[in-house]
Design a protein around this ligand. Structure first.
Ligand SMILES: CC(C)(COP(=O)(O)OP(=O)(O)OC[C@H]1O[C@@H](n2cnc3c(N)ncnc32)[C@H](O)[C@@H]1OP(=O)(O)O)[C@@H](O)C(=O)NCCC(=O)NCCS
Length: 193
C-alpha cells in the first residue's frame, strides 16, 4: 500500500503539522532553551543552532516532505497552533527501514517534558501512522540508557526488539541502540481496525 502523507492531526492537547519557515524563530528559541535537556540523547544539537541553521534545517525537511523521503512534524499547542511543544516525525532515511516502514523520532521541549506529552504523541503517531498514512511497521530507537524513551515506547505498546549493537546514528556516530517496533497487524490486533 502506498504511503499517504497527511498534513495535520489535532487533539485536545497538541496539534501535529509540518514545520514551516514562519516557525523558524520559535523553533530556534525552543531548541536553545531545551538544549541542555536534549543534549545527552540528541547528538545533532551539540553545535548551538543559529536562526539561519534552523531555517536551513526547516527548508531541508520541507524538501524531503515534498519528495516524500522523510517526514518531520512539529508538535504545537492547539490553542494557537504556533507555540512549539516539541518535534516528531516518520523518518525513512535511516539504515534498515523498509519502503513501507518508518522510524518515529521525537523530542519534547524541556518545559513540557515528563508530564505525559511524549507518550500521548507517540500513541497518536502510531494510530495516525497505521490508520491514515498506511505504514506497515513503525520503529522506535533510543540509547540503551534513555529510561524515559524506553518507558515511552513500552507505554505506546511497542514490542521490544532488544539492543542492536553498533548502529550508525544520523550524525555518523556509531552506538548501541535499543529498538522497539509495532506492525500494522499487531496494532490492529490490539486496537481493532
Ligand atoms: C523521551 C521523551 C520523548 C519522552 O517524552 P515525555 O513527555 O518527557 O515522557 P512522558 O511524560 O510521556 O513519560 C514517559 C515515561 O517515562 C518516565 N520517565 C520520565 N523521565 C524519566 C527518567 N529520567 N527516568 C526514568 N523514567 C522516566 C515517566 O515517568 C513516564 O512513565 P510513567 O508514566 O510510567 O511514570 C522526552 O523526555 C524527550 O524529549 N527526551 C529527550 C530527547 C529524547 O530522548 N528523545 C527520544 C529519542 S528516541
Amino acid at each position: 500500500m502506498p504511503i499517504l502523507k497527511q498534513d495535520r492531526l489535532e487533539t485536545d492537547t497538541f496539534l501535529l503539522r509540518p514545520w514551516t519557515l514562519e516557525d523558524a524563530s520559535m523553533l530556534n528559541q525552543t531548541l536553545l532553551e531545551s538544549r541542555d535537556f536534549l543534549l545527552p540523547w540528541m547528538h545533532w544539537i551539540k553545535e548551538i543552532p543559529s536562526l539561519q541553521d534552523t531555517r536551513e534545517s526547516i527548508e531541508k525537511n520541507l524538501a524531503r516532505w515534498e519528495d516524500e523521503t522523510d517526514f518531520t512534524i512539529g508538535i504545537f499547542d492547539p490553542e494557537d497552533g504556533t507555540t512549539a511543544l516539541g518535534s516528531t516525525g516518520f523518518h525513512r532515511l535511516s539504515e534498515r527501514i523498509a519502503p513501507d516502514d518508518a522510524q518515529v523520532g521525537m523530542w519534547i521541549a524541556a518545559s513540557q517534558a515528563h508530564a505525559g506529552l511524549g507518550t500521548k504523541v507517540l500513541k497518536a503517531m502510531l494510530d495516525w501512522g497505521f490508520r491514515d498514512w498506511g505504514f506497515e511497521k513503525l520503529q522506535w530507537r533510543c540509547d540503551t540508557d534513555n529510561a524515559a524513551s524506553i518507558r515511552c515506547a513500552r507505554k505506546g505498546g511497542m514490542e521490544d526488539q532488544g539492543v542492536w549493537e553498533q548502529q550508525t546514528i544520523p550524525n555518523g556516530d556509531v552506538r548501541d541502540s535499543r529498538v522497539f517496533w509495532l506492525t500494522r497487524e499487531s496494532y490492529f490486533a490490539q486496537h481493532g481496525e
